[in-house]
Write a protein of this length. Sequence first.
Length: 284
Amino acid sequence: MTVFNRRWKRQQRDRAAATLGEHDFLFRETAARLVDRLDDVKRRFPLALDLGCHGGELKDALGGRGGIETLISADLSPMMARLAGPPALAADEEALPFADAALDLVLSNLSLHWVNDLPGALVQIRRALKPDGLLLASMLGGTTLQELRAALYQAETEVEGGLSPRFSPLADVRDLGNLLQRAGFALPVADFEVITVSYETPLKLLADLRGMGESNANAGRRTTFSRRATLLRAVEIYMENFADADGRAPATFEVITLTAWAPAPDQPKPLKRGSGQTPLGDAL
């Protein structure tokens, strides 16, 4: 199934690369949170991959931390990969150019939500990891930009009498946990947190999304510009329904974090169902 046009997404990121530093605050925030989790893993990672590196925010956040000896940066966009600095390459998450059991660690910061075949991409990542290699990734979840979605859908219905595919379908945290298991990972964990960003106006939010290369890339999107009347009406609806006490526009980003390990013989394994000896009531 083709949900996203990957060529469009590459072009969006290429265009965004020149001014990414003016709009990359969310990438930097989630990169810092991802690295904080890596600090809890007390081991060395000789060879690691930053998959979907954008402008190298993860590399900056690491700053030599995390037990990583060599970090390869890879992005769908050659321009973004160039920003991250060497060693770097342009690579598609849907067709990884790495040999089996080549990597000790795969990091990915807010990129996997643009992958058409996410189960297939996870399988490729698991194969590229050495036994007991770690995947640590963040991606956007289903409540992301719920305010903007509601405002644009209502405005388009009112002004144009119908809806067009303006937003990406985003995964649920429970679905992602199941996908990790289906992809063959051991000890999979998926959890989420919500980051709320406050804007002076929804127009600034739209500018940031373009500046991050996070604009609509739905394969079925319409290719003409949005009507000015629709956009202005959406801004009105946004502020009428969601403005905070200070008259600013909040924007919700649900960030899902995935943690999983490539299987290895000496890993801890869960006990069989029903083998517990302590009643739950006693524990509570």
